[in-house]
Design a binder for this molecule. Structure first.
Ligand SMILES: Nc1ncnc2c1ncn2[C@@H]1O[C@H](COP(=O)(O)OP(=O)(O)OP(=O)(O)O)[C@@H](O)[C@H]1O
Ligand SMILES: [Mg+2]
Length: 254
């Protein structure tokens, strides 16, 4: 089982988009995939069509040990794709994680229990330096950092890499950064916008030996695919799936 987290410390950087399409594509290729919604905004659960019922466990109960990990896993409408969902109540786990003293390791521990059931775990991490974020990062063997191809995205990259460095120095992050994914990269025909080009170039310089992976183009088709819960290839845009195919290739080579 390979565990990969999508993290970027600003909002709207493409974390959920990357976690979702990578999960969908892996599952379509026949891999057994567990998507973990580690964000109280619960967008990943929403896009996967999961509605949390009042008496059903979510990531909150899995993390605080009220249920076994398996009891928090639900099938989705997609073959091979399973979900540990979240809802707004996930924030309540912070006290448990901080008082446990080893909060950064709790998700890792919970996932260990189901390691034989899945090929891949994809974690959508909350965009803040919270206990929930820490436990998501602590569980990750691999990290993907999506960042918008603009100044906000560049700043998110700086914050996120600094944060990971800090956590690594505390041994709370022991994974590898698989790469940075420029998000909403703007092109008109064959011409990349100046803003996108300058920012991706700045990211390349800043990220140093961390690879900049193929970017996710700005496109309305993503919103449509997200809304309809379909792959971009199902909508007739297989080219837009390229960045996710490359992520999967890199994971397979690890
Ligand atoms: N290729 C794309 N082009 C334009 N917009 C996109 C594209 N892909 C996704 N979006 C939209 O961009 C927004 C932000 O994407 P996403 O939700 O993946 O970011 P996020 O980092 O998970 O945000 P948050 O921090 O709020 O969790 C969403 O509203 C989504 O519909
Ligand atoms: Mg999100």
């Amino acid at each position: 089982m390979q565990t990969c987290a999508c993290i970027s410390l600003s909002g709207g950087q493409g974390k959920t988009t990357v976690a979702l399409f990578t999960s969908l594509l892996l599952a379509q290729q026949g891999k057994r995939v567990l998507a973990v919604d580690s964000d109280p905004q619960a967008n990943l659960s929403f896009y996967l069509g999961h509605e949390v019922q009042a008496n059903q466990p979510t990531l909150l109960e899995v993390l605080n040990g009220q249920v076994t990990t398996e009891d928090g896993i639900y099938p989705t409408r997609y073959d091979n794709l399973f979900l540990i969902p979240a809802d707004r109540g996930l924030f309540k786990v912070s006290d448990y994680l901080s008082s446990s003293g080893t909060g950064a390791f709790i998700l890792k521990l919970r996932l260990k229990a189901i390691a034989s059931l899945f090929d891949y775990v994809l974690i959508d991490v909350q965009p803040s330096r919270s206990q929930i974020c820490l436990t998501g990062v602590g569980a990750a063997e691999y990290v993907l950092i999506p960042v918008e191809a603009n100044t906000k995205g560049f700043n998110s990259l700086i914050d996120t890499l600094n944060f990971l460095k800090e956590q690594a120095s505390l041994m709370a992050f022991t994974g590898k950064v698989l790469g940075v994914i420029p998000f909403r990269d703007r092109w008109t025909g064959r011409t990349q916008s100046l803003e996108s080009r300058e920012n991706v170039e700045a990211m390349r310089e800043f990220a140093d030996d961390i690879p900049i992976l193929p970017s996710i183009r700005e496109s309305e088709q993503f919103k449509k695919a997200l809304r309809q819960g379909q792959l971009l290839s199902d909508l007739g845009y297989p080219d837009l799936e390229y960045p996710f195919e490359q992520i999967i290739k890199r994971l397979a080579h690890e």
